[in-house]
Design a protein around this ligand. Structure first.
Ligand code: NDP
Length: 500
């Protein structure tokens, strides 16, 4: 057996014991100079960092993306430059509302984030398992999140707040329909799709821009838990996703997704009967067919979860030449708010952490100092610490300038009123559901809305009615049935279990 390494202080000095405190006499007291003990205790106090305000509970893996189809007519992004090209990827999937100890299989939207370590820097695809979002204007984002978190007085999640807010934002009905449908509780991250959700853009080497949507379709098939199955599972384990995902990868059963894009020529935007930059809308496949691009395979469990998954910092601001933004108001706000969340949570230099540092591109910037400046100058000449300089410091490369974003219109605060277009797509989705799927959705609604006041319920029914009268009637009936069922159960029930 090889000799075990020597235990050291964090400064590298060998330590004589990891068991006995230095004391004055056999029975103490302890001496302050036992620095190794003090450091051990101090480290324990600092092992947790602030958890994410949203998407706190997550599961991740490492893997690769392989190009299978040529899309160079749309993008000059290096990672899509040739068929067969592989790019390293770090994924993180998550629930949105629950804290870091929450059960994995709660009904919620799932985050679906991918960091592609391309040769032109990191591209972050910070998506969800749904193609749309609850609100389309970033002013509503913090309020929406507040309704998903705990009530300030009760410290409980508040269905009243959730449905009060949604009823006041009827465009949310598209996302809420998906959330309440079978897809609201995937059985694992492997059994769900990932979507960029926002409209992004791509541009090619001729400077032509295209609006683009990203779809990662699961090759494992969609699998979902009913509320009852999920409740039974949570009674046994709160870590079902971590167990399933970790074990699958450990056993060599690597989950895969196929990447498709939808492409809209730049000048076509505005010709639809919906706003293509509104994240509460999809682009119908018939209008913008899916174009196959490549395959994502996650094939390695990170050696250290905290280092690679808890410290992973995804931000839609991380784009690379050939991929860019769109006028989507929610995307524009996330460009700021995600990077800022990481500065707060991980520190000024979060992008230099192993999970976030580019693996295949050299980092050359002039950002200086700050907490945890643990890396050296990225270029050789220490005199080049400002720009412009005469010391051969890094300079910008005009060749990667993206084509101009053509924007028309006056600067103003444009309110997009709720209109018929907000109900067309949820209606199309509702009409796709089988009658069994509808019944399960109604029951899911009843479970979620049960504690809401009648006033809030009525306001939400009014929204559902605009989607489809059958939808409203189904949810109303399920709620009324639940009320009747609940009313037959005594509110105070002290009967011993064995007598029941
Ligand atoms: P299509 O028939 O071409 O596509 C229907 C889409 O619905 C498929 O992508 C399918 O995903 C997805 N789907 C099936 N069941 C559910 C569910 N319970 N929750 C969420 N998505 C589901 O029709 P359209 O493109 O015209 O879209 C019709 C409606 O489908 C839309 O209004 C939208 O609500 C929904 N949808 C559309 C998407 C799009 O990008 N066009 C994407 C996802 C949903 P899969 O193939 O993986 O089974």
């Amino acid at each position: 057996m090889s000799k075990k390494p020597t235990l050291t202080t964090s400064a590298g000095a060998p330590v004589p014991t990891n068991e006995t405190t230095l004391t004055a006499g056999e029975h103490g007291p302890s001496l302050l100079q036992d620095y190794q003990l003090l450091e051990k205790l101090a480290h324990q106090n600092r092992e947790r960092i602030p958890e994410r305000a949203v998407h706190a509970k997550g599961w991740g893996a490492q893997g690769k993306f392989t190009v299978t189809h040529d899309i160079t007519q749309y993008t000059c992004a290096d990672m899509f430059s040739e068929i067969g090209k592989e790019t390293e990827v770090l994924s993180r999937w998550s629930t949105v509302a629950g804290e870091s100890g929450a059960a994995d299989t709660e009904r919620d939207v799932r985050g679906f984030s991918l960091k592609f370590y391309t040769e032109q820097g990191n591209w972050d695809m910070v998506g969800n398992n749904t193609p749309v979002f609850f609100v389309r204007d970033a002013y509503k984002f913090p309020d929406f999140i507040r309704t998903q978190k705990r009530h300030p007085k009760t410290n409980l999640r508040s269905p009243e707040a959730m449905f009060d807010f949604w009823a006041a934002q009827p465009e949310s009905v598209h996302q809420v329909t998906i959330l309440m449908s079978d897809r609201g509780i995937p059985t694992s991250p492997m059994h769900m799709n990932g979507y960029g959700s926002h409209t992004f853009s791509m541009y090619n080497d001729k400077g032509e821009r295209f609006w683009v949507k990203f779809h990662f379709k699961t090759q494992q098939g969609h699998k979902h838990y009913t509320n009852e199955e999920s409740e039974a599972l949570i009674g046994k384990t709160r870590e079902a996703y971590q167990e399933t995902l970790y074990n699958a990868i450990d056993e060599g059963s690597f989950p895969k997704w196929t990447l498709f894009i939808q492409v809209m020529p730049e000048t076509e935007a505005g010709k639809q009967n919906y706003n293509p930059f509104d994240v509460t809308k999809v682009w119908p496949h018939d209008d913008y067919p899916l174009i196959e691009v490549g395959e994502l395979e996650m094939n390695k469990n990170p050696d250290n979860y905290f280092q690679m998954v808890e410290n992973a910092a995804y931000s839609p601001s991380n784009i690379v030449p050939g991929i860019s933004f769109s006028p989507d108001k929610m995307l524009q706000a996330r460009i700021f708010s995600y990077a800022d969340a990481h500065r707060y949570r991980l520190g000024t230099h979060y992008e230099a952490l192993p999970a976030n540092a580019p693996k295949n591109a050299k980092v050359n910037h002039y950002h200086k100092d700050g907490s945890m400046r643990f890396f050296t100058n990225d270029f050789d000449n220490a005199d080049a610490y400002y720009e412009p300089n005469q010391h051969n410091g890094p300079v910008a490369d005009e060749s990667v300038k993206e084509p101009p974003l053509r924007i028309n219109g006056d600067a103003d605060r444009y309110k997009q009123e709720t209109e018929e277009a907000d109900f067309v797509q949820p209606r199309a989705l509702f009409e796709m559901f089988s009658s069994e799927q509808k019944q399960r959705m109604y029951a899911n609604y009843a479970a979620a809305m049960g504690p809401c006041s009648d006033e809030v319920k009525e306001r939400w029914y009014a929204v559902l009615k605009r989607v489809h009268p059958e939808y409203e009637a189904g949810v109303r009936k399920a709620n009324e049935k639940l009320d009747t069922d609940v009313n037959t159960v005594p509110i105070t029930d002290n009967t011993p279990l064995e007598d029941k």
